[in-house]
Ligand binder design. Structure first.
Ligand SMILES: [Zn+2]
Ligand SMILES: [Zn+2]
Length: 240
């Protein structure tokens, strides 16, 4: 299996100098059959940061949107102006108007309800959640699974469990927005404990995880913390 590489294109946490850090999230998954853009950040920042990171919009053939919020979908329209020749996987509960607009720009739309394979060794968890429907991405590596979330509105542990139920392999890395910005210490501790019980080896909390939760993950000895922010690249070498 080819090694995977992940580039954080947009995040409100800074990492590489000179990149825009508006509120939102987007990252690029390379090293699989398809080159996947997971979320598109807030409008504007995506293309600016892609250019600064020397990522060609034409190199991407698949877009996965975690959920409808504009800090994850805002960059899509501008991206499709550069490259409409993509398939966009989005939660099927998204407004029809949203889907129509994506199709009108020339992209193919796939509404995701149940879990599905996106390409070899990459899956969507399917849409979860009562109010805000959200899908997470599962990437299989030779060393275990990477679970990637946008905001994890349905609950980060729920999303990791969904990944575990779908692909029965070890959980190597959980990364993305964990939605703990306003969570209390007790709740965060419970989540860290659940991660340990789920055998998560690396945690890369960013976007809407919040500083308090990020530092609690960093201080936890049972799993390794990966500091994420705009411009950070994760390769399998970071996960040894
Ligand atoms: Zn968000
Ligand atoms: Zn959100």
């Amino acid at each position: 299996m080819q090694d995977v590489n992940i580039t954080i294109v947009c995040d409100n946490n800074p990492y590489k100098k000179g990149l825009e850090t508006g509120w939102g999230f987007s990252c690029l998954v390379g090293g699989r059959e398809k080159t996947i853009l997971f979320d598109t950040g807030p409008g504007g920042s995506l293309l600016v940061n892609m250019e600064k990171l020397a990522i060609e919009p034409q190199s991407i053939d698949t877009v996965v949107l975690s959920h409808v919020h504009p800090d994850h979908t805002g960059g899509l329209e501008g991206f499709l102006e550069k490259n409409p020749d993509v398939t966009v996987y989005l939660p099927k509960s998204l407004p029809e108007r949203f889907k129509d607009n994506v199709q009108a720009q020339g992209a193919k739309v796939i509404g995701v309800g149940q879990p599905m394979e996106i390409c070899g060794n990459v899956w969507s968890t399917g849409q979860h959640g009562k109010w805000i429907k959200e899908q997470a991405l599962i990437i299989r590596t030779g060393r275990g699974l990477i679970v990637m979330t946008g905001c994890a509105h349905p609950g980060i542990v729920k999303m990791v469990n969904a990944a575990k139920d779908l692909v029965k392999e070890d959980r190597l890395l959980v990364m993305g927005g964990f939605h703990l910005e306003w969570a209390g210490k007790n709740k965060i501790e419970k989540i860290i404990l659940a991660f340990n019980q789920l055998g998560v080896r690396y945690a890369g909390p960013c976007h809407c995880t919040g500083e308090k939760a990020r530092s609690m993950f960093e201080e936890c000895f049972d799993m390794k913390y990966i500091k994420l922010g705009a411009g950070k690249v994760i390769t399998i070498a970071d996960l040894r």
